[in-house]
Design a protein around this ligand. Structure first.
Ligand code: CA
Length: 235
């Protein structure tokens, strides 16, 4: 399959080790040591299948790089895995808020990294080649699942692969309460080290993006979330 991974990392030793191991596993890699260099490769070269993005770069933060990837239509849905150091919990949460799909914490083992990368790639392939070609209408929401497009009323909104999968999971199980643990299992697939807080952060972002349909995702206090069409108040 030879998927291409773009590495944006300024530590040469770490970069070398990761490149060596990813290529040994059959991936094609491209790499940049700065945020600007990484953005240039992502936006001007062939689209990578995944971006592995260090949080602390010499010229700008990984957060900013991720924000820029997400705001450009060409790279808006490319999966991003953030690489953070221990103790950067706050930054990690911000990373999810700006659209990272997953993260690994330094120091990480190559095995863990490969596990994450494969899980994220698998999700993104499932999302883009789903035979489940559905056009759904749900209240103000209109979804074309094959084309990976969502509209709220007449306005199209851009969701990351993960957010899209989260939305479809909710819709498949509408009116049923989903626990955070269940969502982690079904949407993220692999969750060693991912806390249920991650689920909350992604749902918050999904709600914001859904705008006028955001309240379809309801919080069931102490249990989890439920997606449902609120009954309009009787006049
Ligand atoms: Ca760094």
């Amino acid at each position: 399959m030879n998927e291409t991974i773009l590495l944006i990392e300024d530590e040469p030793d770490l970069l070398r080790t990761v490149v060596y191991n990813l290529e040994k596993e059959g991936f094609t890699t491209r790499s940049a040591g700065t945020g600007a260099g990484g953005l240039e490769l992502a936006l001007q070269g062939p689209l990578p299948d995944l971006v592995l993005l260090d949080l602390m770069l010499p010229d700008m933060s990984g957060i900013e790089v991720c924000r820029r990837l997400r705001s450009d239509p060409r790279t808006a849905t490319v999966p991003v895995v953030m690489v953070t150091a221990r103790g950067e919990e706050v930054d990690r949460v911000v990373g999810f808020e700006v659209g990272a799909d997953d993260y690994v914490v330094k120091p990480f083992s190559i095995r863990e990294l490969l596990l994450r990368v494969r899980a994220v790639l698998r999700r993104s392939v499932t999302d883009s080649t789903s035979s489940d070609d559905r056009r759904l209408c749900f209240g103000r929401l209109r979804i074309d699942s094959a084309a990976h497009r969502v509209w709220v009323d007449e306005d199209e909104i851009v969701l990351t692969a993960l957010e899209f999968r989260l939305l479809l999971t909710f819709i498949d199980r509408k009116d049923r309460v989903q626990s955070r643990e269940q969502l982690l299992d079904d949407v993220w697939g692999v969750h060693a080290g991912i806390t249920t807080r991650t689920v909350d952060v992604h749902i918050k972002r999904l709600r914001t993006k859904l705008g006028k349909a955001g309240h379809y995702v309801g919080t069931v206090r102490g249990v989890g979330y439920r997606f449902s069409l609120p009954t309009e108040p009787a006049i």
